[in-house]
Design a protein around this ligand. Structure first.
Ligand SMILES: Nc1ccn([C@@H]2O[C@H](COP(=O)(O)OP(=O)(O)OP(=O)(O)O)[C@@H](O)[C@H]2O)c(=O)n1
Ligand SMILES: C[C@](O)(CO)[C@H](O)COP(=O)(O)O
Length: 253
């Protein structure tokens, strides 16, 4: 489904963003798909659309949502993205697992795209600066790049009964976020590379997809405001970011 289609006045998009919002949000338990949960009157997917289409690039944004939410998403795009935007936007139906949704989004990008970012709608307040950091590092190195934060807590390995068996050295460990950035060909090839392994052990992020295909993935500093809405306990932090107006949007907090 195409929302805004290519306009010859635009330079051809070389940047592609796949915004994945087709998950059900089981752990949040809001009764609607997580990307359509509202924070002060705006759905999570709207925050994602706004930050991406405000980036100073010409690009193509593929928004992946549950099939039943396609019409709602097209209406949101019409409301948010100006018709003379440098961004072309399309809406794609999602898959059963995250990696399938990403693959469907990748397939919707035009051939001109050479650099792809994959972003979770569940991280509504990732900053434009973080997107730029990832884009610059992908283009500088030609490698895959993901934002990462150090782990703050002491880590323990436990058994099924919750009994601690050892302290895990956290020095080499990081928690990774999105947007994750890739040379387009590399990511598309990696997504097609190991269908059996992906089916039996679904990768939880695109860095894992690339690593399984033998690729190297670098990190850049992540940011707290790119926090993911996973369970109801995450809501107060996101409400805080909204109240602090980190997104710089006209939102009544
Ligand atoms: N089949 C899927 C599964 C996940 N996602 C997206 O991937 C991102 C990260 O996934 P997660 O936080 O795990 O979301 P859910 O799968 O919706 O959550 P849960 O596991 O609690 O059901 C979310 O923006 C989600 O919409 C997707 O597009 N398609
Ligand atoms: C992609 C991701 O957001 C990176 O942190 C994360 O892996 C997706 O969440 P999930 O809970 O593992 O599905």
């Amino acid at each position: 489904m195409s929302a805004h289609s290519s306009d010859p006045r635009h330079s051809l998009p070389t940047l592609g963003v796949v915004l994945v919002g087709a998950g059900s949000g089981t752990r949040l338990g809001a009764g609607v798909p997580k990307a359509f949960v509202e924070l002060h009157g705006r759905t999570l997917i709207e925050f994602g659309i706004s930050v991406v289409t405000s980036l100073p690039h010409s690009g193509h944004l593929a928004i992946v949502v549950p099939d039943a939410r396609a019409a709602q998403t097209l209406a949101l795009i019409d409301a948010i993205v100006p018709s003379d935007s440098a961004w072309d936007v399309s809406v794609v139906g999602g898959g059963r697992e995250r990696h399938e949704s990403v693959r469907f989004g990748l397939e919707a990008l035009p051939d001109t795209v050479d650099t792809v970012l994959v972003h979770d709608a569940a991280r509504p307040f990732a900053s434009a600066a973080l997107f730029e950091r990832v884009i610059m590092e992908v283009r500088r190195t030609g490698d895959s790049v993901v934002p990462a934060l150090p782990v703050a807590d002491t880590l323990k390995r436990v058994d099924e009964a919750g009994v601690i068996h050892e302290t895990v050295d956290r020095a080499p460990l990081v928690a990774v976020q999105t947007p994750q950035g890739f040379p387009r060909e590399l990511l598309a090839t990696a997504h097609g590379a190991r269908p059996d392994e992906h089916a039996t052990h679904p990768p939880t992020d695109d860095a894992e997809v690339v690593q399984r295909a033998g690729g190297q993935v670098r990190t850049v500093p992540g940011e707290l405001r790119a926090h993911k809405l996973t369970t109801p306990e995450d809501l107060p932090l996101l409400e805080y970011f909204l109240a602090a107006n980190v997104a710089g949007l006209d939102v009544e907090a």
